[in-house]
Design a protein around this ligand. Structure first.
Ligand code: UDP
Length: 241
């Protein structure tokens, strides 16, 4: 099911359903683009029609974060769980390993994607990886695109920061069967940024943990109350129709 949250159509797929869609796309050699949408992205898209188009033209938009799950429920739909970029990436590795996929990591500071590949390869040796850091110039971009094309990835994970990664994937179609914007996932896989402990994730306050660890996030996260308010307003308008 798809639910329109502030103009962005969010899918209510579970993690297992999202992984299944990816598996079918790789097996069937069909290209799909996936956005893991958080409240900041959805909020920003109201004031940026290019961003809204890039989000809404994706094949799958997952609810990345409890704020989006809450919004979907407020708007009357059922959704079981959030599907964040890093959780999705980690859920893909077992099937990627079983089916010997080729995965490309694009993004992160120099050295991070490489470390992430080393970490993941030790657990999933049947996956073939290639990588590039995410601080490249326009001139270097052509070489990177050639490197990706030559590698022929099944899955291209792009962690260039939102929303740049969403625009980048939309502007460069056909590089892989599955393209996913994954934010800071390579930092988490490489261990350069610690994720919140599982208990904190389960309490749905990972955003608070990240805010305390990375206080510069307050400006980004200050959008959250405005997002919540706008969703309540959307619900009010829907009910009064
Ligand atoms: N990043 C990048 N190139 C840039 C800017 C950022 O590769 O020019 C990477 C950065 O190193 C980090 C990620 O983008 O790994 C952060 O993305 P975002 O803020 O969307 O992720 P979040 O922390 O919200 O998951």
């Amino acid at each position: 099911m798809r639910v329109t949250v502030l103009g962005v159509t969010v899918d209510t797929y579970t993690m297992a359903e999202t992984v299944e869609k990816i598996k079918l796309a790789v097996r069937g050699q069909t290209a799909i683009r996936i956005v893991t949408a958080n409240p900041e992205m959805i909020y920003a898209s109201q004031y940026n029609s290019d961003l809204k188009n890039v989000l809404n033209s994706a094949d799958i938009i997952t609810a990345d974060g409890i704020g989006v799950v809450w919004a979907v429920r407020q708007l009357g739909a059922q959704i079981k769980e959030r599907v964040t970029g890093i959780d999705l990436v980690q859920s893909l590795f077992p099937i990627a390993n079983a089916e010997k996929w080729r995965i490309y990591f694009l993004g992160g500071r120099p050295g991070v994607a490489e470390r992430a590949v080393e970490e993941v390869s030790s657990d999933y040796p049947a996956i073939t990886f290639c990588f590039n850091h995410g601080y490249f110039s326009l001139q270097e971009e052509a070489d990177i695109i050639k490197k990706i094309t030559d590698f022929k990835p099944d899955v291209l994970l792009v962690g260039l920061g939102a929303p740049r990664q969403e625009f980048w994937l939309e502007e460069h179609p056909g590089l892989a069967y599955v393209g996913i914007g994954v934010g800071g996932s390579f930092d988490a896989l490489a261990g350069t940024v610690q994720r919140a402990p599982k208990k904190i994730q389960d309490l749905h306050v990972e955003w608070l943990y990240r805010l305390l660890k990375e206080p510069w996030r307050w400006k980004r996260q200050s959008v959250l109350p405005r997002f919540l308010f706008k969703v309540l307003w959307q619900r009010f308008k829907l009910k009064s129709l």
